[in-house]
Design a binder for this molecule. Sequence first.
Ligand code: OTU
Length: 639
Amino acid sequence: MKPEHPDLLAALRRSLLSALPMDRQALAEVRFDRHVGALVGTLQALYGKDDATGFDGWLGELLQTIGQCLAARPAELLALDEDRLAHPDWFLQSRMLGYCAYVDRFAGTLDGVRQRVPYLRELGVTYLHLLPFLKMQAGDNDGGFAVASFEAIEPRLGTMADLDALTAQLRASGISLCGDFVLNHVASDHPWAQAALRGEARYRDYFHVFPDRSLPDAYEAQLSQVFPEVAPGNFTAVPALGGWVWSTFYPYQWDLNYGNRAVFADIAKALLGLANHGVEVFRLDSSPFLWKRPGTSCVNQPEVHLILQALRAVIELAAPGVLLKAEAIVPTAELPPYFGSGEARGHECHLAYHSSLMAAGWAALAEQRTDLLARVIDGTPELPSSATWLTYVRCHDDIVWSTLKPEIAAGGESFSQRLTPVSRFLAGEVDGSFARGQAFQTSAEVPVFGSNGMTAALTGLSTATTDDEIVHAERRIRLLYALALSFGGLPLIYMGDELGQGNDESDAHAALRDADGRWLQRPLLDTARWIARDRPGSPSARIHALLRELVQVRKQLPMLAADQPRRRLTTADPSLLVLARGDAFVAVMNFSALPKTLPLSALGDIDNSAPWSDAFTGQAATAALSLAPWDLCWLVRQP
Ligand code: OTU
């Protein structure tokens, strides 16, 4: 905000305060002074060029809307905001544990999720990501990622009152709710799209509509495709619109036009509305795609970051306890801007998925070789304070391989030569493979793209029959989760993994899977396994116990907090991975089917003067570590 605009500044302050009761004005003034610069600066750069008509008036309306949302923020959430501001590292601590599930798959309805809160607590969960639960397109809706209303819950899943009740209960249980905020596109039956279809010019301008193929063809030449098989192309012919609409994903998911400031204002209002219902973390779906620029791939454009920084400023004004999480499935080197760069460092998203770490973990398991993982870890940048990675093993989507392109190129190899065997291994197409997943969006021309499957299927647990096979599969699961839990970030368990649940093979969902292979990893919670989790010796009890142990031990180790230093130690063995956290923690991970011995003295340049002990057993470490196939070891010592 330039000091030469004191009149505008004063007017904006009045707009914000006009909506607020007396007892919230002082608070609003402090926040205004701190964040109006970022808000106006980013919006000016996006929408204020060439003295855009009515820009100042529009800004005033936006500030008024923000003021109204702050006025409407429930007192309990206002208190939460203050608490979070006082402890900005709250989500970095090693006690944090995420869990991700579809509402219907996990518990039927939002009310059903409330019944399962004790289960989440027993697991140690402090952060619950429920996949889309807002009103979704009727019929096909990409698992709810085609949003028909930002103000209503999907009727099958409950009501806004149910969401309020759920968030209140979660808060009382120390669990933060994360919700998807699908801001790149809306469903073709969302009111904005419907108004555009009726010919309302104001709403036609909410989308990218082209009268003929000339511009779409020019754009297509530079664009990649997210779903080359199931939803080819990035534009959809819509006769009622008299042309082609931009649809990066499914034809019924219409990309919003962020060149139009009205879109930004409506999206900001929708975000604050949901925050006031107690959503504490927003997963900003498909963040890289928000801005289109001719002649480019239309991902990661600089304006994407202005939009996200402006949303962050909106949050800081009206709901500063809330976190923003970038869902940007791009190479690691492209992620730092999502945390804010330059002057905006630390003023964009608080969290971002570490997708290459996840993908490289699976490659290491398939190849019994950790070089890609090592390159990913070495290339993982330092983050601003009060920001961290979301670390995970599986999610509702495929394992996207393209994020590893830079690490593979750095080794002088071809992407497809290196990863096609990995993709085929995970699909169980290679002799000796233990995995039972499926390749996603691959063809003769595209031999490697994504891989589907639940953790238990990809690690061989689902098909293991002998004791040895079972033990090895369990160790592989433990290995990947241990990596996510020790790396330094906010780790996430994907529903079913904690019970060793396999792929969805139900007849009821066969049509979904045929249409989109990602449904392989979206099964209904297996209630038999769920009940048996407490029955000693049952398959789910073993997995459940080993994951709980990892989680519980992690919670006791402050050096595993996200903001503690991380360093990879080199080893001569290509199938081992050694990760140090500070001076008092070392993880040794064996990505090999063979047992390994490693003298402590071989642990790179680590200081071995004080004695190490095993974090799980408490026993003193011997001079040489012995690791069974696929096993791992966490060494700790008194700092
Ligand atoms: C996200 O996906 C969601 O996670 C998917 O479930 C949705 O289908 C999609 O958006 C559309 O809403 O955009 O930047 O398999 O990782 O589509 C990455 C590819 C995304 C997904 C990709 C991802």
